[in-house]
Design a binder for this molecule. Structure first.
Ligand code: ADP
Ligand code: MG
Length: 289
């Protein structure tokens, strides 16, 4: 027996490492006119490493890292995992934390011993040392996060993530398939976002976005009549994935919520699967219609 084209396309997508959740999704992917990519964990490997820790006077580096790593111990965000890994590799103890809360697109808060610890997107007003550390990191295209202890800013941690090897070819294939420039949506700083965008060939860069800003960006494109595909990995991307015509989750680093919300999941750590499924959908539609 021969399978209907959309079902054999789903099987084919599976061979490319993409789990497409329904025939409707398989069909819709081919009508994409705009693809929006998340940055961290989607166009980048999502395995950042800590490259610098700058402390404000008064608190020793190891003490700050102990508290930051303890606060991040339950985090599924790449930044959190990197901070924990940095502490481990320097044999810095990681005590247990209570009252852990992850704030999507912002950071984490937790109680460690007697201290309230926050690791988050750096705020604007900071002591000079830390303000310089943030601009230094951003100038290098790094991500900077702020460690606050009992509401006082104490350290800036700089992290470097690597662009995926297949990101640039993926972007150019997507451009050809849809006829439009892809969009970059990120919660990270503008400089890191532009750096990455330049490296992969994206012009339309939206940075410093909270999860609901990502949704607004998608809704704007939908209202403008575009068929929107969003590709993301984090909890912060889940609402945007839901707002798009098709949401694609990166399965490797992806959060459970994002994988549940998505219409399709890239199971292997391979971004080029995204244009591949769009092309498969096009081919199946040519057979169907
Ligand atoms: P992206 O959209 O690039 O995937 P996110 O929206 O996940 O980025 O995060 C945006 C910003 O929020 C990060 O650059 C970081 O400053 C901050 N952030 C998010 N989660 C954490 C965390 N667990 N620890 C520290 N900072 C975080
Ligand atoms: Mg992400």
């Amino acid at each position: 027996a021969t399978m209907p084209p959309l079902f054999s396309a789903i099987a084919n997508a599976g061979r490319h490492g993409v789990l497409v959740k329904s025939a409707v999704v398989m069909e819709q992917l081919g009508s994409a006119t705009v693809v929006a990519f998340d940055k961290t964990g989607t166009l980048t490997k999502g395995a950042p490493v800590v490259v610098d820790v700058v402390v404000d006077a008064g608190w020793p580096r190891d003490r700050v890292m102990t508290l930051a790593a303890a606060a991040e111990a339950s985090s599924e965000h790449p930044v959190g995992r990197a901070i924990v890994a940095a502490a481990r590799s320097s044999d810095i103890p990681i005590p247990s934390a209570t009252a852990f809360l992850a704030h999507a697109g912002l950071g984490v808060t937790a109680t460690v011993g007697d201290h309230r610890v926050e690791v988050s997107h750096p705020r604007r007003s900071l002591p000079e040392t830390l303000r310089h550390a943030v601009s230094d990191a951003e100038r290098k295209g790094h991500t900077a996060v702020l460690v606050s202890i009992d509401s006082a800013p104490r350290a800036v941690v700089a992290l470097r993530d690597e662009v995926r090897a297949d990101a640039a070819t993926t972007v150019s294939r997507v451009k050809k398939l849809t006829g439009n420039d892809p969009i970059l949506l990120t919660g990270d700083n503008v400089v890191a976002a532009r750096d990455l965008a330049a490296a992969v060939g994206i012009v339309d860069v939206r940075a410093e976005l909270l999860p609901h800003h990502k949704v607004e960006a998608v809704a704007d494109a939908v209202e403008a009549g575009e068929q929107v595909v969003v590709v993301g990995d984090g909890v912060n991307d889940a609402p945007a994935l839901a707002a798009a015509h098709c949401g694609i989750a990166m399965g490797g680093s992806g959060s459970d919520l994002t994988i549940d919300t998505a219409d399709a999941i890239v199971v292997r750590d391979d971004l080029s699967a995204v244009p591949a499924v769009i092309a498969l959908s096009r081919k199946a539609r040519r057979v169907v219609f």
